[in-house]
Design a protein around this ligand. Structure first.
Ligand code: GLY
Length: 372
């Protein structure tokens, strides 16, 4: 078991990692279930998959204390993060009579967590929520740190709020039902922590990646706990991304976002897969600037390919050129006027924010990569 505190003045919370937490929900989340009772069900939000897989287990756990869940269930996928769904969820919470002392439970991946977090941030100007992340990506990244959002016509995650959860319960056992492709996509975010700030962890992942992907309990818990410990430290120091610290968590995301946009934010390239490829591109571009060696860039590429993640942009079969990908980047919410901060590497295990990157040079670099 690992308990990792996220130290935010007045809004501290714990991230607890332990197999079987879902079964022991009433003990693990006891302080946040106060106020619910036989006449007052606990609000749970899930997608149809997590509802089908875990609602019985939740009902059994709550039943031990005479509690029941009331469910709001969305379709899986980003389409749930809309204004319309946000309105329906807020109306549902209001109809249930949630108060500012209550906590809403989010059981799902990043989509459910983002939607619930944002709904809770605006309902009655702030209701508490508990994250029960069910994908590796949500466990190591989106469930911790308080970024919540929905998508709009203008782009992904452009409307949202910082609203920290009151508790994050990570039960690695739920990953046994996660499809392998999604497991690999989440593993990309784990590799990210090694590449951005911990060379020893990166080396550990090079050796132990297969065990993590095979869900071997000790390896999996170590990978999740090490990732969360780094994220907790970064969030505590730079909650709102106003310094160049939390931005480090975006390693691989600017290149990745352009690739996701070019592939229509579809199953053709999952977010974690785009981040994986984005990290290879960031490493190669850092080597092009002479900041890391070509051997180190190749090492990053090898680790990503070894995890079964896309590592070569030329394999995607894109028909666009580098300029088109740069055009997508200009719409990134991190764009600052006509420039864009890029997350690059000074070493494997040391990322930094570069603000002197020439977008024409990025386009030329991407043309080379697209040609293979
Ligand atoms: N996913 C990046 C962050 O939480 O800042």
């Amino acid at each position: 078991m690992a308990v990792i505190p996220v130290a935010l003045a007045g809004r501290d919370y714990d991230v607890v990692i332990e197999e079987g937490l879902l079964e022991r929900l009433t003990q693990a989340a006891a302080p946040f279930l106060k106020g619910y009772g036989p006449q007052r069900p606990v609000p749970f939000v899930a997608d149809t998959n997590t509802h089908r897989l875990y609602s019985r287990q939740v009902a059994k756990a709550l039943g031990t204390e005479g509690l029941e869940a009331d469910w709001f269930v969305v379709e899986p996928g980003e389409d749930a993060k809309t204004w319309g769904m946000l309105e329906r969820l807020c109306d549902w919470l209001l109809a249930l009579g949630v108060t500012r002392k209550d906590h809403v439970f989010a059981l799902g991946g990043g989509v459910v967590g983002d939607l619930v977090g944002f709904a809770c941030s605006i309902t009655k100007r702030g209701v508490g929520f508990v994250q029960l992340p069910t994908t590796l990506l949500a466990q190591v990244d989106s469930s911790v740190g308080g970024k919540t959002a929905i998508n709009t016509r203008a782009g992904k995650n452009l409307i949202g709020a910082f609203h920290q959860p009151a508790l994050v319960l990570i039960d690695p056992l739920v990953l046994t039902t996660l499809p392998d492709r999604e497991m690999r996509a989440g593993f990309a975010e784990v590799l990210k922590y090694g590449l951005l700030g911990d060379a020893a962890f990166f080396a550990w992942l090079e050796a132990n990646g297969p065990a993590v992907l095979a869900r071997e309990p000790a390896a999996l818990e170590h990978a999740i706990a090490t990732s969360i410990a780094m994220k907790a430290q970064i969030v505590a120091a730079d909650e709102r991304e106003t310094q160049d610290l939390r931005a480090l968590l975006n390693l691989g995301h600017t290149f990745g976002h352009a690739l996701e946009a070019e592939t229509g934010f579809s199953d053709r390239l999952l977010h974690g897969e785009a981040v994986a490829l984005g990290m290879v591109l960031a490493a190669k571009y850092s080597a092009r600037r002479g900041e890391i060696s070509a051997e180190d860039a190749a090492r990053a590429e090898t680790a990503i390919a070894a995890a079964g993640l896309p590592a070569r942009i030329s394999d995607l079969g894109l028909t666009c050129d580098g300029a088109a990908l740069v055009d997508h980047m200009r719409h990134d919410k991190k764009a600052e006027g006509t420039t864009l901060p890029f997350l690059l590497l000074r070493a494997l295990g040391e990322a930094y924010v570069a603000r002197d990157v020439d977008l024409a040079d990025i386009a030329a670099f991407l043309d080379g990569e697209l040609a293979g």
